[in-house]
Design a binder for this molecule. Structure first.
Ligand code: NDP
Length: 434
């Protein structure tokens, strides 16, 4: 804690992991002998840089860029880039730290990293986005590469931003290193089903949790927060599996549609028009819009999928969900539940799928995109989706097994943390003191 002043999100993420490693350390003295906890919670490298850019009126702005290369024991650093005003060193470090264990859980050969900027893409023109992303990449390119560090999207970074950054990277480096970024457009090296992967994967994971209690999405009522990349495809897959999704949100407020959300409208508003979710009620007047984000958790539901951002569910919101009859939570976002909220869920026997397991589908398919780039071929949507489904089932099974092996049967927080940690720790020991 003393080494990382003013980094509350990073402390929270590290505490969650360390708490669940107590039974592992008791059985494996070699981890303490090798100071694995001290090493694993210190990034291998942190880069922070100035990103100057010019707006449409000719005014110069400056943002701060980050890349945290946290752990390369399993492979090249891998993790998204986030563009949001809330981005700071603590947020990027928490995300990079989580990424180590998530990437390990996927079974793919990828290390952990994360990056981004406090740039706010909202309300910016296409040209402003292009100038910013080009400036960002003009510094970032020095630290990344297909065998070194492979960024992808996250909040505020989708196919448009990845496209501009890929173009700038090639312009500086020459050649065509397609594997340097994932989440690319399909016609220039992207993978089919990458856009859908995090949301679909989250629903596949929750489906495994539900099946363990003879429950399913069929006929259930679902609430999904956010209306971005993860949310939209979580809604799509939940609907395909027979659920009624009654609410979603953005950072201004949420909509409630008792007849079930019309996903085509949400896609049109969010993916194409880049508008606010409040516009939904103009097209579907029977639905209701409520300003503010917290109220969404007071809507009674069987399954809640928080897919917006960190700490969006605190203990009070968790209690509202429990009072509303929630049976399962699948974390599509990174760390959307506070530690206190997780306690509320676990002590009320709510099935709980933690982020690093439940939302690992996105990075898993990013690794499949890297594999396709290396082989210079493209798999079909069905092939990638089938691999994603298998990966999510494996993550569930491995997490359940690790939880049982270390005396916390059924607890996926313990299970995911332990299963993710052990592979990284053993690899670090095998590779010496580096
Ligand atoms: P997007 O930018 O596509 O969407 C984010 C959504 O969350 C938007 O609806 C946004 O609303 C809302 N949101 C963002 N910040 C806040 C906030 N502070 N308060 C309330 N709502 C907010 O991002 P993604 O869908 O890609 O990412 C969502 C979450 O999923 C993040 O936690 C991300 O780290 C995680 N994740 C994403 C993966 C991916 O493949 N994309 C992979 C694994 C995890 P608004 O439009 O108003 O900003």
């Amino acid at each position: 804690v003393q080494r990382n002043h003013h980094e509350p999100e990073f402390h929270q993420a590290v505490k969650e992991i360390l708490d669940s490693l107590v039974p592992v350390l008791a059985q494996h003295p070699e981890y303490e002998q090798n100071s694995i906890l001290e090493r694993i919670s210190e990034p291998e490298r942190v880069v922070s840089f100035r990103v100057p850019w010019v707006d449409d009126k000719g005014k110069v702005h400056v943002n701060r860029g980050f890349r945290v290369q946290f752990n390369s024991a399993l492979g090249p650093y891998k993790g998204g880039l986030r563009f949001h005003p809330s981005v700071n060193a603590s947020v990027i470090k928490f995300l990079g730290f989580e990424q180590i264990f998530k990437n390990s859980l996927t079974g793919q050969p990828i290390g952990g990293g994360k990056g981004g900027s406090d740039f706010d893409p909202k309300g910016k023109s296409d040209l402003e986005i292009m100038r910013f992303t080009q400036s960002f990449m003009t510094e970032l390119y020095k630290y990344i590469g297909p065998e070194v560090d492979v960024p992808a999207g996250d909040i505020g970074v989708g196919a448009r931003e990845i496209g501009y950054m890929f173009g700038q990277y090639k312009r500086i480096r020459g050649g065509n290193e397609a594997g340097v970024l994932t989440g690319k457009g399909i016609v220039y090296g992207g993978s089919l089903a990458r856009k859908e992967a995090t949301g679909y994967g989250c629903v596949y994971f929750v489906n495994e949790m539900l099946a363990s209690k003879n429950l399913s999405f069929q006929g259930s009522t679902v609430v999904v927060s956010g209306s971005g990349n993860v949310s939209i495809y979580a809604i799509e897959k939940a609907q395909q599996l027979g659920a009624k999704v009654v609410a979603c949100s953005d950072s201004n407020g949420y909509i409630y549609d008792s007849e079930g959300i019309n996903l085509d409208t949400v896609k049109q508003l969010k993916e194409l028009d880049r508008k606010r979710i409040s516009e939904y009620v103009k097209i579907h007047p029977h639905a209701a819009y409520t300003p503010g984000c917290d109220g969404i958790w007071s809507i009674p539901c069987d399954i809640a999928l928080p897919c917006a951002t960190q700490n969006e569910i605190d203990a009070a919101s968790a209690k509202l969900l429990v009072d509303g009859g929630v049976k399962a939570i699948g974390e599509g976002a990174n760390m959307p539940s506070t530690l206190e909220a997780i306690d509320v869920f676990l002590s009320n026997d709510v099935l709980f799928g933690p982020a690093k397991a439940a939302n690992a589908g996105g990075v898993a398919v990013s690794a499949l995109e890297m594999a396709q780039n290396s082989m210079r071929l493209s798999w079909t949507f069905e092939e990638v989706d089938a691999k994603l489904h298998d990966i999510m089932k494996n993550i569930y099974a491995n997490s359940i097994k690790a939880a049982a092996d270390y005396g916390h049967a059924g607890n996926l927080v313990y299970g995911a943390n332990i299963a993710g940690f052990v592979k990284v720790a053993d690899s670090m020991i095998a590779q010496g003191v580096v």
